[in-house]
Design a protein around this ligand. Structure first.
Ligand SMILES: [Zn+2]
Length: 466
């Protein structure tokens, strides 16, 4: 990471005004994070939004009259959680204040917006800057950087404008520098990029110390992209194609399809390619080939955000569960009514065989990631797929555990690993002295059952009780 990059991130974290003069003292706490062993009967002193000190039971804290005290006896204190894959602007009627509130009340104190055009994101950004006590920390990529036949261009139903389209003729350096000036701290690439354009983008991003995550373009071989420095992947997208026995042949076929002789819309062309290649590739799964790729993903630290909640959209169908639909009550009226009506209708349809195949494959791959030490981030894709902001991250944690992560590893995926993605592991992600005071206090132990992350007692964001 360059010095410049560190400076940019430092500004993001620490430019918040100091809100409270009172100290916050959390007593009798059991501390749980991804690194330290469980520590019991500890006292946490929070000042100016930072964990100033952690006192063991043999050191008593002097508590002043002005101090705010939380007695955390029989409670469990964790770092605030991240949702590393959200789209704040995807549904215009779902306003950012509602989303922020749902994230915070669910213990999600940091979010990574993985695709939004900047002028639409601006109100949400300004609000997060001006009212830091009412918003999670917001990290964003700006628009999806897609190719000429871009997918999300606001022209077809279900595909709002989230992207820009670039090709070899574009001034990519300027585009990237402008995004950085606007506050983007990573980039999100998309599927319709041509191979040379994508390689150029990776190179320019690397020179600026920016990680590029996203959908691997359909035009490129994944191993080549890994070696060229891609920083992350979303939804395990297109690993299915790369892991197939006939991957070398299908990429040639795909490159022809991408010539788009029929002049289809980008969204239609992309689904045509997935339809013709995805399930055949999964049926042709080559274990040896896939293990080689996965080991390489681990070695090159290509962060994975599997978004199991969205990958299981058609199979496990959270929206078919009336208890889940109960979370819609927190959404604005029009969104609530729309989700309620449509998810009931969709739930009546039979689960397709392909949906089950894709879910099983996703779960298997996440387990392989975990066994091979690939960095995994918890992210959802909310509000796509009736995934209510905030609540859905806890479902992602459950699915990660179902896939084979231990509860502690699942907690890591929503705390320390996303911090590492931004090289912020010195500032956040564990309960340690000097780290930001983004804290989740639970009534029950999440190491025994990951669902206990939903049993929330208090949320502290930037040192303030939410
Ligand atoms: Zn997304």
């Amino acid at each position: 990471m360059s010095k410049r990059r560190v400076v940019i991130l430092g500004l993001i974290l620490f430019h918040f005004p100091v809100f409270a003069e009172a100290r916050l003292v959390i007593t009798n706490a059991t501390l749980i994070d991804a690194v330290n062993p469980t520590r019991s009967s500890m006292t946490l002193i929070v000042e100016n939004g930072v964990i100033q000190s952690i006192l063991s039971p043999d050191h008593s804290a002097e508590i002043g009259e002005q101090d705010i005290v939380i007695d955390a006896k029989d409670k469990f204190v964790l770092p605030g959680l991240w949702d590393a894959h959200v789209h704040l602007t995807f549904i215009p009627d779902l306003d950012y204040q509602t989303s922020y509130d749902l994230f915070l009340r669910n213990g999600i104190t940091s979010i990574r917006d993985t695709g939004a055009v900047l002028n639409r994101l601006k109100p949400a950004r300004d609000y997060a800057t001006n009212h830091p006590e009412k918003a999670p920390r917001l990290f964003f990529s700006g628009p999806l950087i897609d190719g000429k036949d871009r997918v999300y261009k606001g022209m077809e139903p279900g595909f709002p404008e989230l992207s820009i389209g670039i090709d070899e003729q574009s001034d990519i350096e300027r585009i990237v520098d402008d995004l950085v000036l606007e506050g983007a701290t990573f980039l999100k690439s998309y599927e319709m990029l041509s191979r040379p354009t994508y390689l150029k983008l990776l190179k320019i991003a690397q020179e600026r110390g920016l990680r590029v995550t996203g959908h691997i373009p359909l035009s490129i071989d994944l191993l080549e992209a890994i070696e060229a420095g891609l920083g992350g992947m979303q939804h395990i997208r297109n690993l299915d194609l790369a892991c197939a026995l006939d991957a070398d042949e299908t990429i040639i076929e795909r490159q022809h399809l991408l010539d788009n002789k029929e002049e289809l819309a980008g969204s239609a062309l992309r689904s045509k390619i997935h339809k013709s290649q995805r399930y055949a590739a999964i049926a042709n799964f080559d274990k040896k080939r896939c293990n080689t790729i996965i080991r390489k993903l681990a070695k090159y630290e290509v962060f994975q955000t599997p978004t199991l909640t969205i990958n299981s959209y058609g199979s496990k169908r959270l929206f078919a569960d009336p208890q889940w639909r109960d979370t819609y009550k927190f959404l604005p009226g029009t969104v609530r009514e729309d989700w309620q009506a449509n998810s009931v209708i969709e739930a009546e349809e039979a689960v397709s065989e392909n949906a089950t195949i894709f879910n099983d494959w996703s779960m298997k791959i996440v387990n392989l990631f975990n066994q091979n030490g690939v960095k995994i981030l918890a992210g959802t894709d909310t509000p796509i797929g009736y995934l209510t902001p905030g609540f859905s991250l806890h479902k992602e944690l459950e699915l990660l555990v179902d896939a084979g992560l231990s509860p502690k590893e699942a907690i890591r995926s929503a705390t320390l690993t996303p911090a590492e993605f931004f090289n912020l592991q010195q500032e956040m992600g564990t309960i340690d002295e000097g780290k930001v005071a983004d804290i989740l206090i639970l009534n029950s132990n999440p190491l025994i059952d990951i669902r206990h992350t939903q049993d929330i007692y208090r949320v502290i964001s930037k040192g303030i009780i939410y």
